[in-house]
Design a protein around this ligand. Sequence first.
Ligand code: BTN
Length: 250
Amino acid sequence: MPLSEKELVDRFYPRPVRYFEQIGSTNDVALEWMANDAVEGSIVVADEQIKGKGRLGRVWQAPPRSALIVSIVLRPQIDNLPQITMLGALAIYDTIKHLGIESVGIKWPNDVMLNDLKVSGILPEAVWDGATLVGVVLGMGINVRIDFANTELADKAISIETLMGRQVERINLLTDLLSHVDYWTTRLGTDELFETWKNRLVTLGQDVSIKMTNREITGLAEDVDRDGGLLVRTQNHQLERVIAGDIVLG
Ligand code: BTN
């Protein structure tokens, strides 16, 4: 079933909602809205995303009615900016766990995984006015019923319904997700948020190889710091801090 604007507006009142049957990128629309008058918590939701943005310049498309595609406007303090990605991953983790799925984990930095397959992606985008933080759009995509069989993503991605073998209503998933986003938003900057994110990382203690734009490092993923950096013990016993990249092995 497609989502309906009326149902979304009624369900989430008084939260401002913009719904699109088809959209380029929910993040782009939310960024424009945020630059104008969007209050914290405003959401942009779409049934189909055709020019979605992923991490590291990738694309993130979603066929009609196949995924939960949402971007939420947040107005955090600058000091809490590094925790926004953690917040998104925690909220999605909680939502999936609440469905009764035990095999959920977070792969550094922010991929929510079912077993070793990616079920969701998160893309925060901050907007600045000089040194002043205008706000952050937190974009989240959850694979609900995309069929990855016989595609190049078959050994990398999974959908919730494929794992559960039953239908999941996206509006209910969104309701749960937003309540978890609200919960973690009130805890930005706390030890609770950081420690919970750290404890849910499946990456720590693993041998990893991380591909960055200009180099690749290999070693043991030993720890994370409060800004979300990954600390990797390399073969020559150095501790290297990585802030962005793709884990290609581990
Ligand atoms: C990743 O590469 O893992 C991040 C993917 C983020 C995709 C979401 S879908 C909703 C929001 N709108 C976008 O254009 N991107 C994000």
